[in-house]
Design a protein around this ligand. Structure first.
Ligand code: ADP
Ligand code: ZN
Ligand code: ZN
Length: 812
């Protein structure tokens, strides 16, 4: 007898599998979905491994097969195992990432009459028991849920168990109804030959059944299934006419599945490969050479970092590399940070591979997702495009994974399992022999470090492909806001920015005003000299807490009162708190009354097409100034925009996170790339109180190399990633004091563990209140574990309820 190790869909299963015996007569494969008994329930499970011996003495049998077709390939089974181990997430949650949408269903408990009926004496039964028994007899079976609705939960359970113990009813399990069904449409077709149909029609006419005759003639003429709705429209047949013909076996109703295509709303003209520039050709040749190499066992995967400014032709390389993959009979996955923000990119893929691109949109309906999953698994698409979860698409014969804008935060999943898409992609590539291309104008410092060390191949595109003169990178001007104050200008707009806005709007051009955080800033800055209070131990900006009027370090819990005067220049203008988008909009409308404003931040982008709507409005010049946050930094190509104003670069710079400098550099470069996309050229103005900061200096010159050199040195000095790995543990509770106590307790637990194992390179930072101290009514405290393998230590501990563990967090 064989055995299977099954990942069971139960919260108690955690990170382990369970052994089940394979009943004789059942063929089971790795990756197959099965039913297994678990406690007194029947649950879904996925077979992860087959073996000759069970891992425990007593096993139960697999109860049945859910789907004869394995739902996970062997490589994805191993990927799921890795996800669960590395990110410390329950195994089934990792498996579930790769299952068809709507796969997880609840089991429904029901009671029915036993198959062997015996004489029953119901005289001893209570009235309640009799009622239930009668109901079961009448209906054949009834779900426990329905009984509970009728009798109340307690009574239903009691009566059920009494009847079961007397052998009057038996309990059974069933799956809840499938929530997603492929959408079908009713078609009508002939069940007889066309000549038979014509004969029938003639005789029906004689019998004066002219409507039935007309329908038969219509179907005979079309000689193919016709949608019922069309039949009604064309022939005017009523339901009774159809029914009469169906009952005589002359026609039949057929359910035909219709595909819901998310690209359907876009009209596409095919596009063709461009002749590459020298730099592009060199990059593509390297990738091609890797694609042609047969994957070797245990070889580290081929990962390329394609580093090139916006407009340097990276997308064209993705397209041509994919074409090569397709030529080899393989397929690709393309990941973009956020589907809704990259319609232009999607269009370029769809027009290069017409009808061969699947787009996985987070806002697809469940039905659409269900359709796409099955079509992808059946190999219908050359390319699957989507945001992070598309890495789990069941794309067969995978040859290439592209991650565009690889440095984006959105590639990290914030809920369990808290995976990073880039790391998952590299792992999947290792398991499947796939090539990975990471693209960015401002690569993640950690990715670039890998490339420097030679783990990844570095490909550089140093220049913009400039088809028309004038669309070189726009000039950047950094404005020192301290000088504005000195000159008596207290508005949000420096003199330079004001003039530039007025000039652009006056000549019918467009302006983007950018704030890199929504709402207000949380740090305190001297408006005279730009000084920001930082934690002496952690180097991050201290966060201002209104309620206590205190400054706080969110990494180590250091606290101090707000100083009355600036420690640096003795000015009293120390308590300046930054700007929000609403305030900016107000001031802009006062300062430029003639300009038409449009605000784009997450407050106004909730609906399915609203990104496109806002973008469309701006593109068609229904507004002169677009005000927004992070979102407007992404992939937009707006030729009429000649000016981008960064209203305050400091908000991002002073977030309490060691990556604040990196994020600011990336955002400023991206935002700057929005200006001057057209023939009009462009200009960027960055306003800041810290013009000397290396991130701002480097961004103003689009100088990644000098930014990287500074940044990597800071990382090394403070032992931050990539020179260590982090794990962030967050505890949340409605009571702040309870949180703090639990966090202290956890600290002791982990410290003991580190000591008893004698691990020298692991350190613990905190506990401290999380940056977002209170979220949905719960307080949050955090601990940061730093070392070479924090995940390995944590996997040995039993982490109590209430804790969330984030391995390789991207925001602290
Ligand atoms: P990126 O992805 O780096 O931003 P793109 O691939 O989008 O760059 O290229 C920027 C622009 O230049 C696009 O309009 C693209 O069509 C065009 N382009 C790219 N490569 C070439 C080429 N070899 N010849 C002509 N135009 C090109
Ligand atoms: Zn000062
Ligand atoms: Zn600190």
């Amino acid at each position: 007898m064989g055995y299977a190790e099954v990942s069971v869909n139960s919260p108690v299963a955690q990170r382990r599998t369970f052994s089940y015996a394979i009943p004789s007569g059942l063929t089971i494969d790795v990756g197959q979905a099965v039913w297994v008994p678990f406690g007194d329930k029947l649950l879904q499970g996925i077979v992860l491994e087959l073996s000759d011996y069970p891992s425990v003495e007593e096993t139960r049998e697999i109860a049945g097969i859910i789907d004869p077709h394995p739902v996970l390939s062997p490589a994805r089974v191993r990927l799921a195992r890795w996800l669960s181990e590395y990110y410390l997430s329950p195994l089934f949650e990792a498996v579930a990432l790769m299952l068809p949408p709507g796969f997880e269903r609840k089991t429904v408990t029901f009671i029915s009459t036993p198959s062997t009926t015996q004489e029953t004496d119901i005289s001893s039964l209570t009235q309640g028991q009799r009622d239930v028994l009668r109901l079961v007899h009448r209906q054949g079976k009834i779900s426990l849920r329905e009984l509970e609705k009728r009798l109340g939960s307690k009574q239903a359970k009691l009566i059920t168990s009494q009847l079961v113990s007397q052998g009057l009813v038996v309990k059974g399990y069933e799956l809840e109804k499938v929530k997603v069904r492929p959408k079908t449409v009713s078609y009508l077709r002939l069940a007889v030959t066309t000549s038979e149909a014509r004969q029938e029609a003639a005789s029906l006419r004689e019998k004066r059944a002219s409507r039935q005759a007309a329908l038969l003639d219509f179907l005979a003429q079309r000689n193919e299934p016709v949608p019922l709705s069309e039949v009604r429209q064309r022939v005017g047949s009523s339901a009774s006419v159809v029914k009469a013909l169906v009952s005589r076996g002359l026609v039949e109703v057929q359910q035909i599945e219709i595909k819901r295509d998310p690209l359907a709303y876009q009209s596409m003209t095919p596009s063709y490969p461009l002749t590459l520039t020298t730099a592009q050709r060199a990059a593509l040749e390297s990738i091609k050479a890797s694609l042609l190499k047969a994957p070797q066992d245990n070889a580290s995967p081929s990962v390329f970092l394609l580093h090139g400014v916006t407009g340097s032709g990276k997308t064209e390389i993705y397209l041509q590399a994919l074409a090569e993959v397709v030529k080899q009979g393989k397929r690709g996955i393309v990941l973009v940070p956020e589907i809704a923000l990259t319609p232009q990119t999607i269009e370029r893929f769809a027009s290069r591979f017409p009808r061969k691109v699947a787009v996985l949109h987070s806002k697809l309906s469940l039905g659409e997702q269900y359709d796409e999953w099955h079509r992808i698994r059946d190999g219908e698409f050359d390319v699957v495009i989507g945001s992070r979860s598309a890495i789990f698409a069941p794309q067969p014969e995978l040859g290439l994974i592209v991650i565009d804008e690889e440095h984006e935060w959105t590639y990290k999943q914030s809920d369990r399992p808290r995976y990073h898409t880039r790391d998952v992609a590299v792992k999947l590539a290792e398991l499947t022999g796939t090539v990975v291309v990471l693209g960015s104008a401002t690569p993640d410092v950690e990715t670039f470090h890998h490339a420097q060390r030679g783990d990844y191949h570095l490909l550089q595109l140093p220049e913009r492909v400039t088809p028309s003169e004038g669309s070189a990178l726009p000039k950047v001007e950094v404005v020192d806001l301290r000088d504005e104050l000195k000159a008596g200008n207290r508005s949000l707009f420096s003199r330079s920015l004001s003039q530039a806005i007025a000039k652009a709007v006056g000549s019918g051009e467009q302006v983007i005003l950018f704030l890199n955080r929504r709402g207000t800033a949380t740090f305190i800055q001297c408006r005279r000299c730009g000084f920001v209070l930082r934690c002496k131990r952690c180097e991050v900006a201290l966060t201002y807490h209104f309620a206590e009027d205190m400054l706080l370090c969110h990494q180590c819990n250091y606290r101090m009162p707000v100083p009355q005067i600036c420690p640096c220049c003795c000015s009293q203008r120390i308590k300046f708190l930054g700007i929000g988008t609403q305030k900016l909009e107000q001031e802009a409308s006062q300062a430029f009354p003639q300009a038409r404003l449009l605000r784009w931040d997450s407050d106004v982008t909730k609906g399915r097409y609203s990104h496109q709507e806002i973008l469309g409005k701006f593109r068609t010049h229904q507004a002169d100034i677009l005000i927004g946050t992070q979102m407007i930094a992404k992939g937009l190509d707006l030729p009429r925009v000649t000016l981008v104003g960064v209203v305050s670069a400091d908000t991002g710079l002073n977030l309490p996170d060691f990556r604040a400098g990196e994020r600011t550099f990336q955002l400023l470069c991206q935002v700057a790339g929005r200006a001057g996309r057209g023939s009009l050229g462009g200009k960027v103005i960055i306003q800041t109180y810290s013009p000397e900061h290396y991130a701002i200096q480097a961004a103003a010159k689009y100088d990644y190399a000098s930014f990287y050199t500074k940044e990597i040195n800071y990382r090394r000095q403070l032992r931050n990633p990539p020179f260590s790995r982090l794990a962030c543990l967050t505890y949340s509770h409605t009571n702040d004091a309870v949180c703090q106590r639990e966090a202290e307790r956890m600290k002791r637990l982990i410290t003991q563990e580190i000591d008893s194992r004698g691990i020298a390179d692991l350190s613990l930072i905190g506990p401290a209140p999380a940056f977002i101290h209170r979220l949905r009514g719960r307080f949050r405290w955090q601990l940061i574990l730093r070392g070479s393998e924090p995940s390995a230590l944590l996997s040995e501990l039993t982490i109590p309820q209430g804790w969330a563990v984030d391995i390789d967090p991207v925001g602290l």
